[in-house]
Design a protein around this ligand. Sequence first.
Ligand code: FES
Ligand SMILES: [Fe+2]
Length: 418
Amino acid sequence: MLSKERNEELTRVGPGTPMGALMRRYWHPIAASSEVSEKVPTKPVRLLGEDLVLYRDRSGGLGLIGPRCAHRNAEMRYAVPEPNGLRCCYHGWLYDQTGLCIEQPGEPRPFRNEVRIPAYPVREVGGLVFAYLGPAPAPELPMWDVLTWPNVTRKVTASILPCNWLQCMENSLDPVHFEWLHRYYGTYEIVRHKPDSSLDEWDHQTAERGKHHVKLGFELTDYGIIKRRLLEGETERDDHWRLGHPILFPNVLRVGQYDWHGLHYRVPVDDTTTLHIMLDVELPPHGSQVTSNAPVPVKYWPVHDEKGELIQVFDGPWEPYHVVAQDQVAWIAQGPISDRTVEKLGATDAGIVYYRKLLKEQIDLVAAGGEPMNVHREPKDCITLAIESARYPSDGEGERGAMFKDVVARTDYEVSLV
Ligand code: FES
Ligand SMILES: [Fe+2]
């Protein structure tokens, strides 16, 4: 349970808020690269409570600027891309990537040096566009393995969720929900919507992580938290415990299984809206090459069906998306901002308490003028993260995570559930 004040402090992300100040120290994905192109050069975006316009100029570069022209407020989403910026549709004022007005074509005595609109740095990697809204100098964009691996097939899937970002992240620190939300409720919903053989397949897929949890462990690392689960019948040498699952501070879940790896970003659009943007990669069979170099495809999933009900079962053929649908139901069902003043936490919520404490420490660190964790100042080509149950590009046929075979689990916090 949290006080009303602490709940507000941990959830509100607009300009001037403590959590907003922390979130502004990180790069956040705002779109897929393929969403801005020669034919569709602008996209209105909202990030951390700020309205902006993302655009691709005629040189192929990206810019992220304020939503309205400084002249007489025309929306910059209706504008013409030029080789060096974006030109307002109304009287042709041209802005560069820094937000500076560089042309006022109708003015006999231009005063462009006095005219500027907001602008933020953007970077493009792995099929995603990232923005940084914090103080200069911008840190390095961390090159997580999923973003940079060559010879993989990438896709982006996104949803706009009508709930606060923290609900999504608390779910990632809550291993026990797998038993119920994904195995029990998930099976129930699949049977209810599709009374056919998918039940056996679903049960097979979720049986492993859906077993009863007997111990939870959490390790604090430079980049976030590794969550570990000890399941009934397993030992601490099993990968669920030994390798666990990384959470990248403050708002990203690293996922993976078999030949699939992913980064799931829970991007705060504003206090009550979250852009859930998933970059998933698939490894080709061992020893083979991916041939297509087509742009990374993007698909936005609706959250509600035609009756206005939350979508509980995705139609897609891919099992992990069922898991995401079930998670989305839980996140949204907690309300626009979950009222944590009335919750009743138990032993199974140990990870949530641990994560909230870490968030508060990092908020206070930023407020005191410090640099929070997982802000990168040195460029790195590829940051590889260990995750349970997944094959890596360096693995041979039939191997999973060979480079992590000697890793020994460490925990900073454990809780027994027996
Ligand atoms: S409103 Fe943009 S140039 Fe006039
Ligand atoms: Fe889940």
